[in-house]
Design a protein around this ligand. Sequence first.
Ligand SMILES: N[C@@H](CCC(=O)N[C@@H](CS)C(=O)NCC(=O)O)C(=O)O
Length: 214
Amino acid sequence: MITVSAFRWVPDFARGQVRDLRVRWALEEAGLPYRTRLLEQGDQDKEEYRALQPFGQVPIFEDDGFALFETGAIVLHLGERTEALLPRDEKARARAVQWLIAALNSVEPSILNLALIDIFYAKEEWAKLRRPGATEFVQRRLGGLSKALGGKPYLDGDRFTAGDLMMSTVLRILNYSDLVKSDARLWAYLERCTARPAFKRALDAQLGDFRDAA
Ligand SMILES: N[C@@H](CCC(=O)N[C@@H](CS)C(=O)NCC(=O)O)C(=O)O
């Protein structure tokens, strides 16, 4: 049985954002059942967990003695098992991988930088000074993404891929702000991705685990 690690408790602002959501969503798209391994405070620092995830983060994907960390790697691995995430056509597949890496490598870092400023350091003097530049950088990235999306429903055209799964989870980090919402095209894209039944099931499952643990 596939197992995904997740935190038993996180503060309210992080609920629905923890990265095991990406793996749950990919598993739902693939139609693969899974169970969660819920970590108590401190479990992520235990030697046994660090052996599987050197940074003590969630999620870890485990399947029959095989373990993988990094959501990008896990989603790509699941894409090997199902066309629902990665098209069989070689070029379309490469483009889906390209968008997944763009999400993690070209878009997420600046979004995360801004979210950290806003959520954890908002009261610090340095954060107040840094925020306008950090916001502008995010806006430039979002502008480029919006232009590339153009009038297409998904990043590579008509079909949803692992690239959209990753990009939309990255864009969702900004849901506490108006940055995505203020771009009608990107907002419609995000709504389109997150309206997928598989996303809804994944989100419900993550929120349900927090509720059950309370
Ligand atoms: N690049 C990693 C990031 C994983 C990550 O940041 N996980 C967060 C939860 S969303 C975490 O475990 N944070 C606790 C920590 O870093 O100690 C991935 O995509 O899997």
